[in-house]
Design a protein around this ligand. Structure first.
Ligand SMILES: Cc1cc2nc3c(=O)[nH]c(=O)nc-3n(C[C@H](O)[C@H](O)[C@H](O)COP(=O)(O)OP(=O)(O)OC[C@H]3O[C@@H](n4cnc5c(N)ncnc54)[C@H](O)[C@@H]3O)c2cc1C
Length: 388
C-alpha cells in the first residue's frame, strides 16, 4: 500500500481497527500515513463489561490518544457515513470528505434488541447499570424468601454467546456469596446445539460441567420465540419459568452506504480482507460476513489482511476464549481449520493456552494495550481473577 492522496484510512477504533493501525506501523516502519476515524475518545475493552456489574474495571477504558502515540497513527474524530469507491473517498456523517489510497472498514456489528419484553439486552458497557439493578432486584426478592427464575438467552443467528455463560456464572457466584443463591434459579437458554459450539465439543462439555457445578441450568438447542408474563415461550411451544429475562444482542451488519452488503447487512470480504469488486477497500472484524464474531478473530483478520498484501496467506483463524466465572479463569482454544483434535477444542482450567493471557489476543494490540494501561493511574491488571 503506497501512500498517495491520503494513505490508509481506517474506520472504527475497535479490536480490528486498532490492530490494523498498529500492524501497519510495524509493517511499514511508519512510511505509510495512517488515519483512524473514531467517534469516541476511548477504546472500550468490551469483554470486561461482564464483570462490571459486580466490580469496577477502570482499566477497561483506554484513551485513544495513548494508543495513537504508541502506534504513530493520526486520530480523526467522526463517523464513516458513505463510501465513494470511484472517488477513493468517504463522507463522514457530519459531511466531511476524506480521501484514501486504501480504506479499511472495521466499524463492528450492530447490536440489536430482539425479544420484546426482555428486561435487559446485554450489549456491553451501556447495559452494565441495568444488569446490576436486575441482579440487586433478584437478590432482594430471593433474600425475602421468593424463588426467582432468571433466564439468560442466546439468540439464533449471529450473536456473542461466551458472555452469556460468564454472566450466568458470575451472577450465581455473586448471589451465593451474599447468601441469596438458593432462592435463584438461573437458566442459560441457548440456540447453540451445545454451549460455545464454535469452540468445539471439549469446550462445550467443560462449560456444561462448569454450569452444573455452579448450579446453573442449561437449555441448549433451544430457540426462544417470546416472553409472556413470567414465562418464555419456546419455538417448540413449550413454556419455561422466567421471572427476569436477559438476552444477548442479536448481531447484524453495518450496511455501509456505497459498499455491498449481505442480506443481514454484513460487508462481504475475501479471505484476504478485500471487498469484492471494490477497488482499495478492505474489511475486518465483526462488520464483515465472516461467520465467527470475536475480538481475537477480528485482530487476526486485520493482521492477515495486512501481513501479506502481495501473496495472501489463507485465513485459518484460531479461536481463543477466556471464561471468567468469579471463582477461576479458564482458557479454551480451537483451530477452525485444524485437524479433528484441534477443531474439537482444547480446555485448560489453570494454565494459559496463549501468552500474554488476555481475553482477546491481538499480536500488536495486546502489548499496546498493556503499555497504554501502564499510563493509567488506577491499573488493575488482575481484574478478572478477583471474586465479584
Ligand atoms: C459483553 C461482551 C463480551 C465479549 N467477550 C468477548 C471475549 O471474551 N472474547 C472475544 O474474543 N470477544 C468477545 N466479545 C466480542 C468482541 O467484543 C467483538 O467480537 C469485537 O469487539 C469485534 O471487534 P471489531 O473491531 O470488529 O468491532 P467493535 O469492537 O465493535 O469496534 C467497532 C468500532 O467502530 C466504531 N464505529 C461504529 N460505527 C462507526 C462508523 N460509522 N464510523 C467509525 N467508527 C464506527 C464503534 O464505535 C467501535 O468502536 C464480547 C462482546 C460482548 C458484547
Amino acid at each position: 500500500m503506497a501512500a498517495g492522496h491520503g494513505g490508509v484510512l481506517i474506520a472504527g477504533a475497535g479490536f480490528a481497527g486498532l490492530e490494523a493501525a498498529l500492524a501497519l506501523r510495524s509493517l511499514t516502519h511508519g512510511r505509510v500515513h495512517v488515519r483512524l476515524l473514531a467517534p469516541a475518545n476511548v477504546f472500550t475493552y468490551v469483554p470486561a463489561s461482564v464483570i462490571e456489574p459486580f466490580q469496577d474495571a477502570d482499566w477497561a477504558q483506554i484513551p485513544l490518544t495513548s494508543l495513537a502515540r504508541r502506534g504513530g497513527f493520526t486520530l480523526v474524530k467522526g463517523m464513516l457515513g458513505v463510501v465513494e469507491p470511484q472517488e477513493a473517498a468517504i463522507i463522514t456523517t457530519d459531511g466531511r470528505r476524506l480521501g484514501y489510497d486504501a480504506l479499511i472498514v472495521a466499524v463492528g456489528a450492530r447490536r440489536r434488541t430482539w425479544l420484546r419484553g426482555a428486561d435487559v439486552t446485554f450489549r456491553g458497557t451501556e447495559d452494565v447499570r441495568a444488569y446490576r439493578r436486575l441482579v440487586d432486584d433478584v437478590g432482594r426478592l430471593a433474600g425475602g424468601g421468593a424463588v426467582v427464575h432468571l433466564a439468560i438467552v442466546v439468540p439464533s443467528g449471529p450473536a456473542w454467546s461466551l458472555p452469556a455463560y460468564e454472566l450466568a456464572l458470575l451472577t450465581a457466584r455473586h448471589l451465593d456469596v451474599r447468601g441469596a443463591g438458593s432462592g435463584v434459579r438461573i437458566t442459560v437458554v441457548t440456540a447453540e446445539e451445545q454451549p460455545l459450539s464454535i469452540f468445539g465439543s471439549a469446550a462445550g462439555a467443560a462449560m456444561t460441567h462448569q454450569l452444573a457445578t455452579a448450579g446453573v441450568r442449561l437449555r441448549a438447542g433451544t430457540v426462544v420465540r417470546s416472553r409472556i408474563g413470567g414465562e418464555l415461550v419456546l419455538a417448540s411451544g413449550e413454556r419455561i419459568d422466567a421471572d427476569r429475562v436477559v438476552t444477548m444482542a442479536a448481531l447484524s451488519g453495518p450496511e455501509v452506504p456505497g459498499l455491498p452488503a449481505t442480506p443481514l447487512g454484513f460487508l462481504p470480504v475475501e479471505t484476504d480482507g478485500r471487498v469484492p469488486h471494490t477497488e482499495g477497500v478492505l474489511g475486518a472484524g465483526d462488520a464483515t460476513d465472516f461467520p465467527v464474531k470475536q475480538g481475537g478473530v477480528a485482530c487476526q483478520q486485520a493482521a492477515i489482511m495486512l501481513g501479506h498484501p502481495v501473496d495472501p496467506i489463507p485465513f485459518e483463524p484460531r479461536l481463543r476464549g477466556q471464561v471468567w466465572s468469579g471463582a477461576d479463569t479458564r482458557f479454551i482454544r480451537s483451530d477452525l481449520a485444524g485437524g479433528r483434535d484441534e477443531s474439537d477444542g482444547v480446555v485448560s482450567e489453570h494454565e494459559p493456552l496463549w501468552w500474554p493471557p488476555g481475553k482477546v489476543a491481538g499480536r500488536h494490540l495486546t502489548p499496546a494495550l498493556e503499555g497504554a494501561r501502564g499510563d493509567l493511574v488506577d491499573l488493575a491488571p488482575e481484574g478478572p481473577g478477583r471474586t465479584p
